[in-house]
Design a protein around this ligand. Structure first.
Ligand code: TXA
Ligand code: MG
Length: 341
């Protein structure tokens, strides 16, 4: 199939372009669109056949459920078997925005969306294109990140095309996404609530609204437990070049690798203090968590285009605001069997 690419203004999206995209979705097609986190690959959410096409295009394992995107809290409630007070509080505080809420699902939600489980993940995105598209469609849109399974999530239309060109109907090109890493996923179907995936909404800000939450185990042990949120299994976000995360300063690791003849890039945390061997490709990453997140995937996509043997990354400090970035880096640097970083 030919994949069309349509430019769209990220702040004031053209209604005709949104209508075109909505028409494709309503007829069962696949449309990639920008959200405030990463690009999503959308299909009509209550049509099992359309959602099956997402799995086929991505090569996604059927045991990994997808998020339903909605245009309002009311639309979310219509998909939920029950809407706990925590869902009410969190949605009124963080929606539209980068928080995904897992609740028990109603029977109208197809099995394939939920990977056969009892729950559904719901999110009302803030990006004007995403919200405009949902409004134009007038129905929930299933949308995982718009990348082939186990690859890095796309933050631009070019990233989407790199893995899905020819496999989907349309990409709405609204430029680079603002947030850069995926939404925080919180499971409210259990008590206390559990953060399944750290993201742009921090645990501290969630706890300030609903009180203490539990954490899903850290990435290194994920594949040893039952599949609670299958998308969080090890090495989910993988660059094509091996990535090594280093606690603290990766300088000596980079120097040693270069010394043994490897071509390496070093993603330093902030600008390196002293001069460094010019055979090492140094990328100074921001010391601010939201700026770092916004740049992370684009940096990895760019480095993938090079002939590097290895990417060495300084892990940011283990603090609340850095949890999402650390999680993605640890996952990207895990060996394929998912054990240990
Ligand atoms: O920011 C985002 O969340 C982006 C944009 C497009 O909205 N979407 C995204 O989707 O990252 P995806 O499919 O790449 O990741 C969704 C995550 C996966 O880890 C999946 O396992 C989990 O949410 N998830 C989906 N439905 C679930 C459910 N019913 N219960 C538990 N986890 C669920
Ligand atoms: Mg994904």
């Amino acid at each position: 199939m030919d994949t069309r690419l349509l430019a769209i203004d990220s702040q004031m999206p053209d209604a005709n372009v949104l209508l075109d995209a909505a028409t494709i979705l309503r007829s069962g097609g696949l449309v990639a669109f920008p959200t405030e986190t990463v690009y999503g690959l959308g299909a009509i959410g209550l049509d099992a056949g359309a959602v099956a096409r997402i799995y086929a295009a991505k090569g996604r394992p059927s045991r990994n459920p997808v998020i339903l995107h909605v245009a309002s809290v009311k639309a979310a409630r219509e998909l939920a078997e029950s809407w706990p007070i925590e869902a009410e509080l969190l949605s009124s505080r963080f929606w539209p925005g980068p928080l995904t809420i897992v609740v028990n699902r109603r029977p109208i939600v197809p099995d394939i969306v939920a990977a056969g489980g009892p729950t559904v993940a719901l999110r009302m995105p803030a990006h004007p294109v995403a919200l405009g598209l949902l409004t134009a469609v007038g129905a929930p849109v299933a949308a995982p990140s718009a990348n082939r399974s186990s690859r890095i999530s796309p933050t631009s239309a070019a990233h989407v095309l790199r893995s899905l060109d020819g496999r989907i109907d349309l990409v709405l090109d609204g430029g680079s996404t603002f947030g850069g890493i995926e939404s925080t996923v919180i499971d409210l179907s259990v008590l206390p609530a559990v953060i399944l995936r750290p993201g742009l909404v921090s645990a501290a800000s969630i706890e300030s609204v609903i009180g203490p939450v539990a954490w899903k185990a850290d990435p290194a042990s994920l594949n040893l437990e039952p599949l609670r949120s299958p998308g969080t299994i090890g090495r989910h976000y993988a660059p094509l070049i091996p990535l090594q995360s280093v606690e603290g300063d990766g300088r000596s690791t980079a120097i040693a690798a270069t010394g043994s003849g490897e071509q390496v890039a070093w993603l330093s945390f902030g600008s390196p203090q002293d001069g460094i061997d010019d055979r090492i490709r140094v990328v100074a990453m921001p010391e601010n968590a939201s700026e770092y997140a916004a740049r992370l995937y684009a940096t990895l996509y760019e480095l993938e285009q090079t002939e590097l043997d290895r990417i060495i990354v300084d892990l940011p400090p283990d603090r609340d605001e850095w949890k999402g970035v650390r999680d993605r880096l640890l996952r990207a640097s895990m060996p394929v069997d998912g054990r240990g970083a």
